[in-house]
Design a protein around this ligand. Structure first.
Ligand code: FPP
Length: 249
């Protein structure tokens, strides 16, 4: 069988790939392990996919690491996930530096435990001058939180006389999102056979190509990632236009 990596067209690499990393718990169950082992194995996949994305020249990789709704999981799992995030940041920061990767975050960082928040802020500062891949972690993030927050900030600005209804268009709305300055995802991948968006980047995914795979996140290999990119490269992105219109571009 042909090596899937060779099928990737180097001149059509998506600029921004977003991933809903799902299935850690089911992977652990399949292996007769506790859920946290699934999350730990998931970190290894994060490492592999981030490295592959940087090598391909993808500009932004956004990973849904912890949703607003994940705060409702059993306290023991929430605490263990926070500890895992801190541990991962501590261990992986040298790799991010070596690979010229800049860490970014979206979400309500104020809800994170102080130690976790501090670790992220340190890593954000340390990697802020890196010019390769931008690794965007969605932490305590949900679209409805983000959109609600955007409304509040816009009304605040209007009350200060900084914004009027006439100023508002889709570019302005984007600027109020936590993703301000980040291009919309070209491709969204979701693992584990679920066909949902789960409150992730609802505004930003308007024209993204969607790719679903049954593979559980800890089993998601670099070759599976390449296969998603190849699939994306065979899609025709029309942005509401006709096929004839876009083929002229
Ligand atoms: C979904 O699996 C995964 C999560 C809620 C957490 C994702 C976290 C990691 C991969 C580890 C830390 C990440 C980084 C970026 C360092 P699930 O628990 O919902 O799985 P299930 O649906 O099978 O129960």
């Amino acid at each position: 069988m042909q090596d899937v990596q060779t099928l990737i067209q180097k001149d059509r690499i998506p600029q921004h790939v977003a991933i809903i990393m799902d299935g850690n718990g089911r992977w652990a169950k399949q292996h007769g392990l506790q859920r946290m082992f699934g999350h730990k194995q998931g970190v290894q996949t994060v490492h592999n996919i981030t490295t592959a994305a940087a090598e391909l020249g993808i500009r932004y990789l956004t990973l849904y690491a912890f949703s607003t709704e994940n705060w409702n999981r059993p306290q023991e799992e929430v605490d263990a996930l926070m500890a895992l995030l801190v541990d991962t940041i501590r261990k992986e920061t040298p790799t991010l530096m070596e690979n010229n990767v800049r860490l970014m975050t979206i979400g309500d960082l104020n809800r994170l435990p102080e130690l976790t928040r501090q670790k992220f802020v340190e890593c954000l500062e340390q990697t802020s001058h890196n010019t390769g891949l931008n690794l965007v972690l969605a932490l305590s993030y949900s679209s409805r939180w983000e959109i609600t927050n955007a409304f509040k900030r816009a009304i605040d600005d209007a009350q200060k006389g900084l914004l009027t209804a006439d100023d508002i268009d889709d570019v302005k709305v984007s600027a109020y999102m936590t993703t301000a300055g980040i291009p919309d995802p070209d491709l969204l991948i979701r693992t584990s056979g679920e066909y949902r968006i789960s409150n992730f980047l609802l505004w930003q995914l308007a024209y993204s190509e969607l790719y679903f795979t049954n593979c559980l996140w800890p089993d998601f290999t670099v070759d599976e990632f390449y296969a998603a990119i190849v699939d994306y490269q065979h899609r025709e992105r029309r942005f509401g236009k006709t096929s004839e219109q876009v083929s002229k571009i």
